[in-house]
Design a binder for this molecule. Sequence first.
Ligand code: CMP
Length: 138
Amino acid sequence: AMERTFAMIKPDGVKRGLTAELLTRIQRKGYRVVGLKQFVISRELAENHYGEHKERPFFGELVNFITSGPVVAIALEGENAISGWRGMMGATNPANAAPGTIRADYATSTGENVTHGSDSPESAERELGLFFKPEELL
Ligand code: CMP
């Protein structure tokens, strides 16, 4: 099915200058970029976005990291974009990420793993709503 999903280049990816490379991969795959902006996430937005991890021991560290510098928020559209983008990223822990995936190619730690992608249609809708106003999606 035609889907929209929320993708994000995390502060480590932006800091390391991977933005252009990652947008190139997305566009070569054939996904349309229907929303795009670079900004520093507020603590409030970070805590909301990662609300399901609130009780995890790494929650504080996760919020500190994701607010530590600019991110690039991306709204993607394409056939099966939700699972497709997850597949391009590879496993959360880069040690388990398949060769050729973004995390295998560019990341070494579970905490700083370069990118994010919504894991279901429900979270895609929720996260796109948190990060983009309707009129920002073209
Ligand atoms: P993401 O897919 O953006 O959503 C949840 C994030 O929590 C995940 O990426 C990881 O970066 C982070 N995370 C998961 N497990 C750990 C962990 N053990 N230590 C630090 N961060 C983690």
